[in-house]
Design a protein around this ligand. Structure first.
Ligand SMILES: [Zn+2]
Length: 300
């Protein structure tokens, strides 16, 4: 028995190097590692600052290291129905936390809660998107960048509804034209990832209680111009991946070879537990040079 097992081991030792050379796949290395943190809704309540710091440290402890954080919007708890003192406190908390607790570069997307829709203050410098854009040093609410061979397009989902009272998800003509031009001017060999706050496409709106014979979907919950955007992506097969948040739940929809990830929420249910079955977390995405990617939802 002893001799037989010894022989087997020797056989194994001889076999292993041959196997690793001939039949194991060559390990590919990601060119860019992204952490997608969305719906942080930061404010000094529910122990949110400490829990957000824990999340930032979790991201920074990842191995391999995260190259870039994408903040998907709803950065502060809420700018609506709040006075300027409270709004200033929330942004101060965001800026101090990021300055003191995060050494990874961050790019931001605006969410509906980062925008002040209060009609009484219309004409005020704080009205609309300007306040948040100043705090985040954004020149425009939508923009693109190229990093490590990938193009990242950040969209501005949130616009006033047709009756000018609240918001819906859409790009509007000007931004849609810009996106079209952005995609046309990007070489076919450069893979594209898109980030928006409101999902372009999601199945999450079908998870409703007490459905009798129809579902109710609000224009503020998903982009209302999805058909136009999807048609545009269809003409540009180098668009691979779309990231969103807003719904605080996690899903993954694949349509026309584009993957649409709604990446839960750092705050879970606004810092009060899970939102339905989705726990507080963030997306971790490895992007490869050939346009492939790997993604996971990380509970911190
Ligand atoms: Zn939102």
């Amino acid at each position: 028995m002893k001799r037989r097992s010894a022989l087997k081991n020797i056989g194994g030792l001889f076999l292993l190097p041959t196997l690793s050379k001939a039949s194991l796949p060559i390990e590919k290395k990601a060119v860019l590692r992204i952490a997608h943190l969305t719906d942080v809704h930061l404010k000094n309540q529910f122990n949110a600052p400490a829990r957000f710091i824990k999340c930032l440290h979790h991201v920074q402890a990842q191995s391999p290291k995260v190259d870039l954080i994408l903040n998907g919007g709803d950065i502060v708890f809420d700018m609506n129905k709040e006075n300027i003192g409270t709004i200033n406190e929330q942004w101060k908390l965001v800026n101090n936390t990021m300055k003191n607790e995060c050494s990874i570069p961050v790019r931001y997307c605006l969410g509906n809660h980062d925008i002040w829709w209060n009609e009484d203050t219309k004409g005020d410098v704080f009205y609309g998107k300007k306040y948040a854009m100043d705090k985040l040093q954004l020149v425009k609410p939508y923009y693109s960048m190229v990093q490590n061979g990938w193009k990242i397009i950040v969209l501005d989902s949130t616009h006033l509804d047709i009756d000018n009272t609240w918001y819906i998800g859409k790009l509007g003509n000007e931004q849609l034209g810009w996106l079209k031009n952005e995609l046309e001017s990007t070489p076919k060999t450069i893979p594209v990832m898109v980030m928006s706050h409101i999902p372009i496409l999601t199945a999450l709106l079908m998870i409703e209680d007490d459905v009798v014979n129809k579902w109710t979907m609000l224009g503020g919950d998903m982009h209302t111009d999805t058909a136009k955007i999807i048609n545009l992506f269809y003409q540009h097969p180098n668009v691979k991946l779309c990231l969103s948040g807003h719904l605080h739940m996690r899903d993954k929809v694949v349509y026309n070879n584009v993957t649409y990830l709604c990446n839960g929420a750092v705050s879970g249910a606004w810092w009060e537990g899970n939102r339905r079955e989705t726990a507080p977390g963030y997306g971790l995405i490895d992007l490869y040079a050939d346009g492939n990617f790997e993604e996971q939802y990380v509970e911190y």
